[in-house]
Design a protein around this ligand. Structure first.
Ligand SMILES: Cc1cc2nc3c(=O)[nH]c(=O)nc-3n(C[C@H](O)[C@H](O)[C@H](O)COP(=O)(O)OP(=O)(O)OC[C@H]3O[C@@H](n4cnc5c(N)ncnc54)[C@H](O)[C@@H]3O)c2cc1C
Length: 496
């Protein structure tokens, strides 16, 4: 069988970027494999097109995680469709802060070196071309103007002002902090996923580019220490697809699964599933995320609709003693979403942006359909617990301002819990959840090098959110696109 030049596993955030950029060279063949289905923009199912809310059930991998030892297994949503999690997410388009990248201390990954790629990916409809922004990239970004804010969001902004936080006109500016409208990648409430932005009809029409949906990659195929392709399942048949190089873009939960099933990972995990060890890499499967807690409110005197946009604005602030500009992200939710149903109610949420916890993903079968065991270990250390407590207390203070008190009454947790530090400390670990930002499962600097290579294995790169050595102090879609833009440049020059 003819071999392709570049085979990309996973058509999510990073896979879409790499497929677009690498197939721009007509002499270079690119094959993009995706386990989920593909839809042309005009045929997208309504939940995938609707940027007002998450789509957590129709195109989901069905992963589960245990957020803390005090909690049962609960859903950890991940998009299974061309576009990946960027096709199901909340459309928040934050970059994080310079220190998030500078602290990696990795060659080529300083903020200054990443900034051109942050600019290259965006078309900022509010700021256009400036030193920090670009008005010509593939992904449109805009902010809800005040006229579009729902009453609960408007009250939240007023509450932030009343508590003395600074107003922030551009949450993506270096050093920005305070409250303001979120940068978001949705237009007229339509989600503009990485697939829609990067896998455009023109890209899809390239003769040197093939997208193969409904194709589940089982594992890598080797010749000696070189990866020469993958074993993948299409229409019920398992076949070997050969390639000069393979890029893993399956996302932070799936990518370590493909590696461990291919004999690369912690030796005990590889042995446990009966696979021959290719390379012992102990750090594969460690897990980072943003732990979060939410207060639920019964609205008072305001109309709330399950069609309202889930989130429009944000407060980024710092309560800890660390070096970070923002260690908390606080948001008002205009609805109450769950994986199964959306409820008419309002929410205040807080998530830790620079937590110290490290969780673990354990691959438990060589069958790619078997879910990995995910222990997120959220708030599993004292500094994180202290920050989470301070964050939830801050939610209570916001809820108690004149601006928000009149709009909603807190129903969860109960008032006695919210008023007692002792009870809150007990409540938080029973009510924490993932910020849906699993990452760092193949960290650069230990499991992989600064270009996504695993020592001793040729012809393979990891190119997705698995690579983050520490988690950025922001949602991670834009950081993942930035990472992929950087790899696209390096891989265009480097044929290995
Ligand atoms: C509900 C939800 C809300 C979120 N909200 C936001 C937000 O508002 N802002 C933000 O910045 N981030 C948000 N995120 C996170 C963000 O979308 C992801 O972190 C980002 O998309 C990760 O990119 P990725 O390329 O690493 O993985 P993904 O985008 O998940 O892409 C991985 C792709 O690989 C495919 N794949 C996996 N395994 C295989 C296999 N074996 N064979 C073939 N294909 C495979 C998957 O189906 C998927 O298409 C959210 C995530 C979720 C789930």
């Amino acid at each position: 069988m003819e071999q392709v030049d570049t085979l990309i596993v996973g058509a999510g955030a990073s896979g879409a970027v790499l497929a677009n950029r690498l197939s721009a060279d007509p002499n270079h063949n690119v094959l993009l494999l995706e386990a989920g289905p593909d839809y042309l923009p005009e045929q997208l199912p309504p939940d995938l097109a609707n940027g007002k809310q998450n789509a957590m059930s129709s195109h989901d991998w069905g992963f589960k995680h245990r957020p803390t030892p005090y909690m049962p297994l609960i859903p950890l949503p991940r998009g299974k469709v061309v576009g990946g999690s960027s096709q199901v997410n909340t459309c928040i388009a934050l970059r994080g802060q310079p220190l998030d990248y500078d602290e990696w201390g990795l060659d080529g990954w300083s903020w200054e070196e990443c900034l051109p790629a942050f600019k290259r990916l965006e078309n900022d409809l509010d700021f256009g071309d400036t030193e920090e922004h670009s008005g010509s990239g593939p992904l449109p970004v805009r902010r809800h103007p005040q006229s579009e804010w729902k009453p609960w969001t408007a009250g939240f902004m007023e509450a932030c002002d009343m508590l003395g936080f600074p107003y922030c006109p551009d949450t993506n500016a270096a050093g920005s902090t305070g409250f303001g409208a979120h940068a978001m990648n949705k237009i007229d409430e339509r989600r503009i996923s990485a697939a829609e932005a990067y896998l455009t009809p023109d890209v899809r029409a390239r003769e040197n580019f093939t997208l193969s949906p409904l194709t589940l990659v089982h594992r890598l195929v080797y010749e000696g220490s070189r990866v020469v392709g993958v074993k993948a399942e299409r229409h019920g048949r398992i076949e070997t697809i050969r390639a000069k190089r393979v890029l893993l873009c399956g996302g932070a939960v799936a990518t370590p699964g493909i590696l461990v099933r291919s004999g690369i990972g912690p030796a005990t995990d590889v042995a446990h599933i009966g696979v021959k060890l290719k390379k012992h890499v102990p750090d594969i499967g460690r897990l980072l995320d943003h732990p979060g807690n939410a207060l639920l409110f019964k609205p008072r005197g305001i109309e709330v609709s399950v069609d309202d946009p889930i989130i429009q604005c944000v407060l980024q602030t710092k309560v800890g003693h660390g070096p970070y500009t923002n260690d908390l992200q606080i948001q008002a939710g205009n609805i109450i979403p769950t994986k199964w149903k959306t409820f008419a109610g309002v929410v205040l949420m807080v998530s830790l942006q620079k937590p110290a916890h490290v969780g673990r993903i354990r691959v438990v079968s060589s069958d790619p359909r078997v879910r990995p065991h995910v222990q997120s270990a959220l708030n599993s250390n004292q500094p994180d617990r202290d920050l989470a407590l301070r964050g939830v207390e801050l939610l209570g203070e916001l809820a108690n301002t004149k601006a928000l008190r009149k709009l909603g009454r807190c129903i969860y947790p109960t008032r006695p819990v919210l008023r007692s530090r002792r009870l809150l400390k007990r409540w938080i670990p029973t009510a924490s959840d993932s910020g849906y930002h699993p990452s760092g499962t193949v960290p650069m600097g230990s499991a992989a090098d600064v270009r996504g290579r695993i020592e001793g294995i040729d012809g393979l790169r990891v190119c997705d959110a698995s690579l983050f050595p520490t988690i950025p102090s922001s949602n991670i879609h834009i950081p993942t696109l930035m990472l992929a833009e950087r790899f696209a440049q390096w891989l265009s020059d480097d044929r290995d």
